[in-house]
Design a protein around this ligand. Sequence first.
Ligand code: SF4
Length: 516
Amino acid sequence: MPGNRGERPAPAFLGMPVAPRGVGHLRGAEPFPAAARKALANTQLRRNLAKATSTIRAKRAAVVAELPDWEDLRAAGQAIKAEAIAHLGRYLEQLEEQVTAHGGTVHWARDAIEANRVIVDLVRGTGATEAVKVKSIVTDEIGLNDALAAAGITARETDLAELIVQLGHDRPSHILVPAIHRNRAEIRDIFRREMAGADPGLSDTPAALTAAARAYLRRRFLSARVGISGANFAVAETGTLCVVESEGNGRMCLTLPDTLITVMGIEKVIPRWADLGVFMQLLPRSSTGERMNPYTTMWTGVAPGDGPREFHLVLLDNGRTAALADPAGRQALHCIRCSACLNVCPVYERTGGHAYGSVYPGPIGAVLSPQLTGIEDNASLPYASSLCGACYDACPVKIDIPSLLVHLRARHVEAAGRRSAAAPTRWVPGAEAITMAAAAWVMGSPARLAAAQRASRAARVPARLGRARHDRIRRLPPPLSAWTAARDAPLPPAMTFREWWQRGHVVQPGAERESP
Ligand code: SF4
């Protein structure tokens, strides 16, 4: 088999064992509730986010409304991704054959450490000490910039928003608009402070900021010997890689350097060239609210006299085969990273991306990160949602994010069970699992449910003690106080429904208070 697989044969990679994981979760990040509380107190951040997300939402809604077959396109996108993921091994091997046949080299990386090692070795092999990068969230996932820096190689981000984040020593907070949390005045200050050669009197008009970035980046493009990119899609049938972007920086990174290294999550493969036609309609409308992307670059291996002379494709697992092994969870691998779910999410709009403490923020981050880097490291993420369903309605490939969130909550409750010290192999359920199991036991029998309902009358005691108002209990003792700290608890009725029914009562209009 052609390609560079290190010490391992390909079938072990494709056999869906639980793969080792790396980076992805931001170490030291606070759990979502604590981080969200801080973010909510930042009024500037909330203003920036509300303005940006409402603008993108309106643009998306307008261009989606133009297509009478939008729902058919979504169904087609969903079907293509489901097919690709169901036969991932076959399509990845076909992709490798095609890339290799066209002069490229394929590397397989089980985790972030392997991927970084491969990329660092490739850059070192060229003798370069700098590389230009086109925006790639998967390189954030593996912590590539840090790995390159540790090897004495400077990674230069060239996407405008990524450049702002890099110069500001910041972290991306959105999949598509990584500096969405910054306004123009903040960006001007970062450029004045950090950008070599920036005009000290630089204004904060979009034209001035863009011109400053263009002049700064142009020098980097023209001297770069190595380009590093991600990929939006990889076509198994032809070995073609595809990057879509809006600024033209991607086109320069992908064509000017002698060596191009593309790192791609294994779930980005699609079966056929014709499938691109569906995604080229779904992606720009869902992401930037445009009918088509300003720049769509596609390449197949290398072509003499045209573009890079060397092309390397790094196929990254990093927890994806573990997600694939979960029949319910694998849906998250269908994601095409359009970010539509972030822009419609009421939680994201108020907290921003940093609160998620994960490379992938927003609703998709809440279902992807726990699967890629472990539910224990991302325990609060499946709860970072009101389950309103807006993400599902917006998703161009119809990922049922609300159901996935509920599924991951169940997995978290299971994982929260600790092992007994006396019998380390025995699973001991946590408090929530015990509560749920007890509720299931009670509800499994009409007699037990009736007894529990009668017993619940004890909760009317606070009313008799004057600690309830308007049929609501305001404060319960611990641990139930966790509920009443943020919500009212309704008083149980004086009579259960069964008792009322057995007495043959008929509710008259206006006499509801007599009923249970
Ligand atoms: S989950 Fe759907 S809406 Fe969200 S980024 Fe992925 S493809 Fe886009």
